[in-house]
Design a protein around this ligand. Structure first.
Ligand code: DX5
Ligand code: ZN
Length: 219
């Protein structure tokens, strides 16, 4: 079984102190930093772009897990790669040619992630599974932090895990949205090996990041 990793979302960080927030995450044992990029078009919220990522990247040495919720995504891939993204995750609905966008990310020597909204089916990406490094299963409708976990997506995680095992594939299975101490074990048992968490990591236990990360890892 793959090691469980936590990718805290900076959407719940103090935006006036992002540099020190990133350092707090690194010191607290985060395995990577989840950056939610939103365009006010693909999702109804606006967040940060490449210059902010570039500036933050200098503040720590762990991987940047960049979740692009922007459309059309293809023409912006290179800018996020140049800014310092290590993993670039896109939604199939945000590109008119998923394979072309996947190959673009690979050509930049970055890890490729593809994300499925709660309503999106595995069939949308099945033909691409051989080429990708990570599948991000959304457990809320993308757009905002602090939403309620949708337990029905766990079936999709299980289905994906089964496909992975049957075909001897090695992509990571990441889950994103409403992850907390009550549901993290179920997500892991279903097959997720990377948990994204904003609210739980930053706000639980008076913001004790190290404790929250360890609890999510079931330690
Ligand atoms: C939602 C984002 C998530 C979310 C996670 O669109 O992709 O990364 O902010 O935050 P919590 O853990 O608060 O649901
Ligand atoms: Zn995200």
């Amino acid at each position: 079984m793959k090691k469980i990793q936590i990718s805290p979302s900076i959407l719940s960080a103090d935006f006036s102190q992002l540099g020190s927030e990133i350092k707090r995450l690194e010191e607290g044992g985060a395995d990577m930093i989840h950056v939610d990029v939103m365009d006010g078009h693909f999702v109804p919220n606006l967040t940060i772009g490449p210059p902010v990522i570039k500036a933050l990247k200098k503040q720590c040495s762990i991987k940047f897990d960049v979740h692009l919720m922007i459309s059309p995504v293809h023409k912006y891939i290179e800018a996020y790669s140049d800014a310092g993204a290590d993993i670039i995750t896109i939604h199939p609905e945000a590109t008119d040619n998923l394979e072309k966008s996947i190959l673009k990310i690979k050509s930049l020597n970055k890890k490729v992630g593809v994300s499925l909204n709660p309503e999106s089916k595995i069939e949308l990406i099945i033909e691409q599974l051989e080429k990708i490094d990570l599948v991000l299963i959304m457990s809320v409708n993308p757009g905002f932090g602090g939403q309620k976990f949708m337990p029905e997506v766990l079936d999709k995680v299980k289905q994906l895990k089964k496909i992975q095992t049957q075909n001897k594939m090695y992509f990571d299975i990441e889950i994103d949205g409403g992850i907390n101490f009550e549901n993290c074990q179920k997500a892991i048992e279903a097959g997720a090996n990377i948990l994204v968490s904003g609210t739980t990591v930053f706000k639980s236990n008076n913001g004790d990041i190290k404790k929250n990360i360890n609890l999510l890892k079931l330690k």
